[in-house]
Design a protein around this ligand. Structure first.
Ligand code: VGL
Length: 197
């Protein structure tokens, strides 16, 4: 069965890039590759979603409140902006997540649109059932978004040339990718996607 695809760009925000509050090593290197995907998908009229971490100032996700992370991607702060080099096409739907003070907000599937529509519900309403996923970070938000999308019954292709990990422990990104594959995800890089989309 032909599946109807969407592109999900996960958390390509300044705080996750070098110089940000929680920099993912080489996080900004996903930007030029994602721009290729964005151009391709937009040309083929594939809907584009961009998730963002969008935390309140006080969050259990942050060290000061018992979490493991320095404060990052606080709603409205400059570090929460998408990387300015990311060329999100007109019509990109922004999915905000991690907006409550008790929620880690790793999974974009737990996120909502500006109107408060849950992401998974919107995908179903738009009759989209395959997600191509790239962005940051492989071992946290990309992984959790992919695993939850699979659980929700979506087909998922991980864009391995457009993801980078935090690597709190060396090898975390590789392990995350293994976990996603074991759960049923596919993986692909730009040349394959371009010739098969
Ligand atoms: C993320 C660590 C903490 C991510 C978010 O976007 O992958 N990582 N919060």
């Amino acid at each position: 069965m032909q599946r109807r695809a969407a592109l999900l760009v996960v958390d390509v925000q300044l705080d996750f890039c070098p110089g940000g509050a929680l920099p993912v090593p080489d996080g900004d290197q996903v930007v030029p590759v994602l721009n290729l995907y964005l151009e391709l998908f937009n040309m083929r009229s594939v809907p584009v979603f961009a998730s963002r971490d969008w935390h309140p100032q006080q969050s259990k996700h942050f060290k000061a409140q018992g979490g493991i992370w320095p404060p990052h991607c606080v709603q409205g702060a400059p570090g929460a902006d998408f990387h300015p080099g990311l060329r999100l096409p007109e019509g990109t739907i922004v999915i905000s997540k991690g907006m409550s003070s008790w929620d880690n907000g790793y999974s974009a599937m737990q996120g909502t649109t500006e109107n408060g529509t849950p992401f998974a519900m919107l995908l179903r309403r738009m009759e989209l059932d395959r997600l191509y996923v790239g962005g940051l970070a492989t071992d946290y938000c990309v992984k959790e978004s992919v695993l939850e999308a699979l659980k929700e019954g979506f087909a998922v292709t991980v864009l391995t040339d457009a993801i980078r990990g935090v690597e709190m422990k060396p090898g975390d990104s590789d392990r995350a990718l293994q976990e996603m594959m074991a759960a049923g995800a596919d993986q692909a890089t730009f040349p394959t996607v371009r010739s098969t989309l």
